[in-house]
Design a protein around this ligand. Structure first.
Ligand SMILES: Cc1ncc(COP(=O)(O)O)c(C=O)c1O
Length: 402
């Protein structure tokens, strides 16, 4: 037999060398290891609504236990189309425009695999939800980053420079990824900002892929606007959403992509061969969830606002500079007061010595130096969990800048 020595990387693709495992999910493992309060990963530690849990149990009992239609159960697609019309005034044909996936995570990667050729450029605002970087690599696209800049006054909004955004668009641009309400900044894009993005998408013939998973989690009278609702955008937008955040069921793995029929056809092909379909009984429960009364969404936003207003003062007292989120359930903070050289060393100290897990800011930037003085906390937790974290964080008050 030939003497074939196996190098460590012999069986691996070049692609996987270009990204690491999720830092956010790693922080959850660290929280468990050190018995820390987990304000890292964005999943609720409180129960999902009783009605939708019942709907899931009933679907299993009624033997909705085999493959659903690959692009989604009819009841759920109908409910998604109805909700998009009601909330955003966007007409959607449930037969030709919706693909139900295993979470919005799969909806995003299926969309990028369906639309990108090698070398296509995809514009991403940064800081960004960490999946978008590996998603771009896996689909062969080249990510082009445009900065969202923190406000000088932490009560103001994160913003981007119009000229920098325009300079990112050119011939090879295939798509722009938007996320509003935004993780990690809490920014909710305004109509004027979305119109500017719309104008560039039309001028350069670019697709908008918009992750709106925090659509219903908004504060301070802020309004969520779907870019697909703007004139000229329905035919060039993929809107991604899911059950995870709105209904506190991140483990169900049900999300969807809404797109024009030709793009939907391509997404459905990729989705079919990636996963065949999302969990059938949970899609039926999803249809029930989307039928909840408007008061459900009001109290969801109100209760998250109360959680934000519980955690932010505790962080501020412990000397974090907190950028006030207008949506989603995270607060991005500046850690300059503590004198650590970088965010990784600080989050390690936080999880081991203080007993609170958070996400290092660098995991939201392509150049880690940009997030070296930032840390993100999630507040999708019970009030007593937030209070316990707040109490532990006060130990930082004695920490002197080196
Ligand atoms: C912006 C954003 N998109 C998508 C997801 C994941 O959503 P899903 O559970 O539907 O895959 C998250 C989870 O934290 C997120 O923050």
């Amino acid at each position: 037999m030939a003497d074939v020595s196996i190098q460590p990387k012999h069986f691996l693709s070049d692609k996987v060398e270009r990204f690491t495992e999720s830092v956010i999910r790693e922080m959850t493992r660290q929280a468990m290891l050190y018995g820390a309060v987990n304000l890292a990963q964005g999943f609720p530690d409180f129960p999902a609504p009783a009605e939708i849990k019942r709907a899931a149990q009933e679907a299993v009992a009624a033997d909705v236990n085999q493959y659903a239609i690959t692009w989604g159960a009819k009841n759920l697609r109908n409910a998604i189309a109805r909700q998009m019309k009601e909330w955003q005034g966007i007409p959607v044909d449930p037969e030709t425009q919706i693909t139900v996936c295993c979470g919005s995570t799969e909806a995003m990667i299926s969309t990028l695999l369906a639309v990108c050729n090698k070398g296509d450029e995809v514009i991403i605002f940064e800081p960004f939800y960490e999946n978008y970087g590996p998603d771009a690599v896996l689909s062969g696209a080249r990510p082009i980053f445009v900065k969202l800049r923190p406000p000088a006054n932490t009560d103001d909004e994160w913003s981007f420079d119009e000229r920098e955004l325009r300079a990112a668009f050119h011939n090879h641009t295939k798509a722009i990824i938007l996320n509003t309400p935004n993780n990690p900044t809490g920014k909710v894009f305004t109509r004027a900002e979305l119109e500017l993005i719309r104008d560039l998408c039309v001028e350069f013939n670019v697709l908008a892929i918009t992750d709106e998973i925090y659509e219903h989690i908004i504060y301070d009278g802020t309004q969520h606007i779907s870019i697909a609702s703007l004139a000229g955008m329905a035919e060039r937008t993929v809107t991604i959403n899911g059950l995870s955040k709105t209904y506190s069921v991140t483990g169900w793995r049900v999300g969807w992509a809404v797109a024009p029929p030709n793009v939907t056809n391509a997404i459905r092909k990729v989705h079919d061969f990636l996963t065949v379909g999302a969990p059938a009984p949970l899609q039926e429960a999803g249809a029930a969830a989307l039928g909840l009364l408007p008061s459900y969404y009001q109290s969801l936003a109100t209760s998250y606002c109360a959680r934000r207003d519980r955690l932010v003062p505790a962080l501020a007292e412990a000397r974090f500079r907190c950028f006030r989120p207008r949506g989603a359930y995270y607060v991005m903070t500046d850690i300059c007061a503590f004198g650590f050289t970088d965010d990784l060393a600080f989050t390690k100290y936080l999880v081991k010595e203080i007993g609170v897990a958070a996400v290092p800011g660098s995991s939201f930037y392509h150049d880690p130096r940009n997030g070296a003085q930032q840390v993100r906390f999630a507040f999708c937790k019970r009030v007593d969990t937030l209070d316990e974290a707040g109490k532990r964080l006060q130990k930082l008050r004695g920490l002197r800048k080196k």
